[in-house]
Ligand binder design. Structure first.
Ligand code: FAD
Ligand code: NAD
Length: 498
């Protein structure tokens, strides 16, 4: 590394096997985007990757999880159509379900493989990279001196201490669950974040006897108590959830009647009663940790906070202070989502080549997340606690329930609640939180409104077609307008049950 006072590299160092302008560590979504961009500007760029080159998203993340959810939704619709006068029982072929997940995943992987294969071999290095005290990258038998380094090493499932040994083969994570040859009979899912909720509900809908554990009485980390309670209400109608439970021990024990062995979880339920769960597998979804611990970034002068986040991180480019180090995607533990990894990789790829104009691809994006359980959970913009912490922000909460909303009821998906946080002073949207049908679309509309600084009036001037679930969004917007006492439109806030 050059330009770093305390880690300056002696370029005559005999160990160096290659000198490059840019080295990218990690070939996931962020790293691949960075490589593509940097390669447009510089010729001497290398990318180093350990493990598969097909990205977490495609191989063990977004795509296989959504493929499983797609199968689960088919089964759920078949099994729950009696209210429409349609009686059916889904015949679920577990082997075929898991095969389709993997077959379709291969389809997505093939695009990435094609792209990576098209890159020159000498620019791709397969192996574990480590940054040494001289700031040089060691990988296999190479020692690389890079002017600039992009760290895009992603994240991995976090497993509580001792659980891997105690649970042995009965422990699953999102890295291993999609390799199951068949659907199991029973499964505990620990953690009610995005991964836990999506997978617990999907396996449950596919006939697996699922029990979900979470140590707090919340799901998806929701910060608006009403939305959190509504989400728990909607989800617990079909899923057994022990929220606010404390797991004291896990392990494997002989099943009753000496019929093989089963995993167990000893826990205290939310009432403080000691209980035991027994079943085939424990899927651990207790969070992910950024892959940075054994990389040696501290040798470059990168300082991490208590959450393993680099201090002085530019959220726009991933640059660490004025070091020639950029940490992008899940590796920086900032916002571990795919679109963020993708944008940060792209942006860093430009930045490192001093193409600063192109690096500023757009203003920093509004925070936006979707959990693809059913009903979906969405958060956009500022959270309620963030708004409440700022005494300058006078806010109102516009609200709509989807329990009796017209089209939601027609479709039999009428469980949900949307809160829109409006700013009284500006007539703009600060943020929103929702559980409910079509939340992925409502979330995108709200994110677009915030990004483009649209007023509530401008949004209400937009047509809302009848009958749509999106009419619920209009009801919440009208409620914001009514509570702000802004006489922009003559219509009163109305119940949108038509
Ligand atoms: C089950 C699941 C579902 C998800 N669903 C969604 C979703 O629906 N929507 C969404 O937005 N996000 C979702 N995510 C999150 C999303 O997948 C991640 O945010 C994104 O894939 C991160 O990309 P990345 O480029 O930062 O890291 P990765 O794609 O993980 O790439 C990092 C690469 O670096 C390599 N590496 C690590 N250390 C080293 C080293 N020392 N040397 C060399 N190489 C190294 C790794 O092996 C890996 O190949 C999901 C994640 C999971 C697990
Ligand atoms: N749809 C999506 O966008 C999507 C889907 C999946 C994953 N992701 C990304 O992956 C990241 C990781 O997801 P995740 O769900 O693993 O993590 P998370 O941090 O969102 O949730 C972990 C949950 O596990 C609970 N937990 C932790 N330790 C526990 C213990 N010992 N006992 C009981 N409960 C415990 C926590 O309270 C929390 O509710 C997310 O932050 C998200 O960015 C996104």
């Amino acid at each position: 590394m050059k330009n770093q006072s305390d880690t300056a590299v002696d370029s005559t160092n005999h160990q160096v096997t290659r000198k490059v302008s840019v080295a990218i560590i990690g070939a996931g979504t962020a790293g691949q985007n960075a490589f593509r961009q940097a390669s447009k500007i510089k010729d001497d760029v290398v990318i180093i990757n350990e493990g598969f080159w097909t990205t977490t998203c495609v191989t063990v993340g977004c795509m296989p999880s959504k493929l499983l959810i797609a199968a689960a939704d088919r089964a759920h619709d078949a099994n729950h159509s009696a209210e429409f006068g349609i009686h059916a029982t889904a015949q679920i072929d577990g082997k075929r379900v898991m095969e389709r997940v993997r077959d379709e995943r291969s389809h997505f992987e093939s695009y990435l493989e094609e792209q990576v294969d098209s890159w020159p071999d000498h620019k791709k290095i397969a192996g574990h990279a480590h940054i040494n005290k001289q700031g040089l990258i060691e990988v296999n038998d190479e020692v690389i001196e890079a002017e600039k380094i992009i760290v895009a090493t992603g994240s991995s499932p976090f497993i509580p201490e001792g659980w891997a040994d105690k649970l042995g083969d009965t422990l699953l994570t999102s890295d291993t669950v999609f390799e199951l040859p068949d659907l199991p009979k029973s499964m505990a899912v620990v953690g009610a974040g995005a991964i836990g909720l999506e997978l617990a509900q999907a396996f449950n809908r596919l006939g697996v006897d699922v029990t979900l554990f979470n140590r707090v009485k919340k799901v998806a980390g929701l910060k608006d108590p009403d939305i959190s309670n509504k989400a728990i209400d909607c989800l617990s109608r079909e899923l057994t959830m022990h929220l606010g439970s404390k797991i004291n021990n896990v392990g494997v024990q002989t099943a009753e009647g000496n019929k093989g062995s089963l995993a167990f979880i000893d826990y205290e339920d939310s009432a403080g009663e000691t209980q035991q769960w027994q079943g085939e597998y424990v899927l651990v979804a207790t969070g992910r940790r950024n892959n940075i611990d054994e990389l040696g970034v501290e040798n470059l002068g990168v300082v991490l906070d208590e959450k393993n986040r680099p201090k002085d991180l530019s959220k726009k480019t991933g640059q660490i202070g004025d070091l020639n180090v950029f940490i992008v995607g899940d590796a920086n533990a900032n916002i571990p989502l795919l679109h963020v990894a993708s944008d940060e990789g792209f942006s860093a790829g430009n930045m490192v080549c001093d193409n600063k104009d192109a690096a500023y691809i757009r203003p920093p994006a509004v925070p936006f997340s979707i959990v693809f359980c059913s009903p979906q959970i969405v958060n956009v913009g500022m959270s309620l606690p963030e708004i409440q912490q700022d005494p300058e922000l006078e806010y109102v909460i516009g609200r709509v329930s989807f329990d009796n909303q017209g089209r939601s009821r027609v479709m039999g998906v009428n469980c949900g609640l949307l809160h829109i946080y409006g700013c009284k002073k500006t007539d703009k949207i600060l943020g929103a939180s929702m559980v409910g049908p079509d939340a992925e679309y409502i979330g995108h509309i709200l994110a677009m409104a915030i990004t483009n600084d649209l007023s509530i009036k401008a949004m209400l001037d937009t047509p809302f077609y009848h009958p749509t679930i999106l009419e619920g969004l209009r009801t919440a917007l009208r409620d914001v307008q009514y509570k702000m006492e802004i006489p922009f439109q003559s219509q009163d806030t109305q119940k949108d049950n038509s």
